[in-house]
Design a protein around this ligand. Structure first.
Ligand code: GLC
Length: 430
């Protein structure tokens, strides 16, 4: 027992070392080499890790992210604070034309939820006022989603590039990507394969499509109206919709704490619209929440780790929840570690290839939170115990095989370290 406690203390220290090593001065890179810039949702999750030993540094991480916010409220998925030729596609490819160079697409908006959590946990007036200063910026970002990415009558959030989902190569994007024209893509050299095994990364075809979409946005001058209404890839994403829905609940909570009563009516209306959007994402045939192509109207029909975020968003009627429970029981009977990013019973499942099977600890964190809130304690405990075990046995990888537990993708990942400190590490064991 003593040995376990000591071992976990060593892991805690290692997690803090990773955050410090990846700290580039006010912002943290996801990992050295593979991802040498500031990434949107990585930074926000990382703030939860910093907050366990340095609240001020935690605030700084989110403040630097919002320094790159555009005038229309948009918050980019990458901030290129200095050029690093070791990453592709870099700022010269995106050509966003902003003072601080950024990409032209966004990522899942977890900021409201994390800021609300940090606010409630902090007892410092100074920290609380810095967090309160982020509130109007987060509100502007949510408004951006409603203005540009939530079509009338749909209610769900539309992504215009697979990278916006944060689940880059999920099989959910295979069919909607098939019509992306890659004939004009200029020759390019991938850099990711110098840092990670090709079997664990998206394929060449995936990359051609990613770059074609970047070129489309660039040619449109990153005009969000044009991209949102006529881009070649417009998919209502189950992950980002559930996350924005949850973030809206948390923003309402924060608005109440901060006395922002004037915003409440608008936020409640946004919430109702997103709840309606989850019905658009319910696939009756497959009996799951999943993403849906707004161009063809087709559901992906896939059960992914994002499908279960309905608990985090607190949505789903009794029948829908029963069907999700049946999926959980089926998947948990075959996966050694929960929760795979893609259904292990589907032919596209691949235990090592990124979002086609591996476990992602940040998604597990959101799932466990939602499960616990919904009274699904056993599910929450299973997910936390599995996350703790794979990290303590294999290290702070980017993702992990649900079959063997081994790490995949990059190593020394900031958000995995942050989740250990803030959620699944021994210090948080319940
Ligand atoms: C990959 C992941 C994405 C993450 C980024 C940086 O692109 O799919 O979710 O934000 O890496 O870690």
């Amino acid at each position: 027992m003593v040995r376990t406690v000591d071992a976990h203390r060593d892991i805690d220290a290692r997690a803090r070392d990773i955050l410090r090593a990846n700290d580039k001065g006010g912002f943290t890179v996801p990992t050295g080499g593979l991802y040498p810039y500031q990434w949107n949702w990585d930074s926000v999750f990382v703030a939860l890790g910093f907050a366990t030993f340095d609240e001020s540094r935690a605030c700084r991480e989110i403040e630097t992210l919002f320094e790159a916010q555009w005038d229309d409220g948009f918050v980019p998925h990458i901030i290129f604070r200095r050029n690093d030729p070791d990453y592709f596609p870099g700022p010269d490819v995106w050509q966003a034309g902003t003072d601080i160079p950024t990409s032209g697409i966004t990522q899942p908006p977890v900021a409201a939820s994390v800021v609300n959590t940090l606010w409630t946990r902090s007892s410092s007036e100074e920290i609380r006022s810095r967090l309160a200063a982020l509130y109007p910026k987060i509100l502007a970002w949510h408004r951006w989603f409603h203005r540009f990415r939530i079509p009338d009558g749909c209610g769900a959030v539309v992504i215009t590039h697979p990278w916006e989902s944060g689940r880059d190569n999920s099989p959910e994007w295979d069919a909607p990507s098939a019509n992306i024209d890659i004939s004009g893509v200029q020759p390019y050299q991938r850099r990711d394969l110098q840092h990670a095994d090709a079997d664990m990364r998206p394929t060449k075809l995936d990359y051609d499509r990613y770059i074609a979409l970047v070129e489309f946005g660039r040619n449109a001058g990153w005009d969000h109206d044009v991209i949102g209404s006529s881009g070649p890839f417009r998919v209502a994403d189950v992950g980002i919709t559930m996350i924005l829905l949850r973030a809206t609940r948390d923003l309402i909570d924060l608005a109440n704490r901060l006395g922002r009563d004037d915003d409440l009516e608008e936020l409640e209306a946004c919430l109702q619209q997103l709840v309606m959007g989850t019905n658009y994402l319910w696939d009756e045939t497959a009996g799951t929440f999943c993403s849906r192509d707004t161009i063809t109207g087709r559901h992906s029909g896939f059960v992914t780790n994002a499908s279960f975020l309905n608990c985090y968003a607190a949505v789903g009627n009794e029948e829908q929840r029963d069907k999700m429970t049946a999926h959980w029981e089926r998947i948990s009977a075959s996966a050694n570690y929960m929760l795979p990013s893609h259904d292990p019973d589907d032919s596209r499942f691949d235990a090592l290839r990124y979002w086609r099977g591996p476990i992602w600890i940040v998604v597990n964190y959101m799932l466990a939170k939602g499960f616990r809130e919904q009274g699904l304690d056993e599910w929450a405990e299973r997910i936390a115990a599995d996350s703790r075990k794979i990290i303590s046995e294999h290290g702070f990888n980017e993702a992990f095989s649900p079959i063997s537990g081994e790490g995949s993708g990059g190593s020394d990942f900031s958000w995995t370290a942050a989740m250990w400190l803030a959620w699944c590490g021994a210090a948080n064991e319940q």
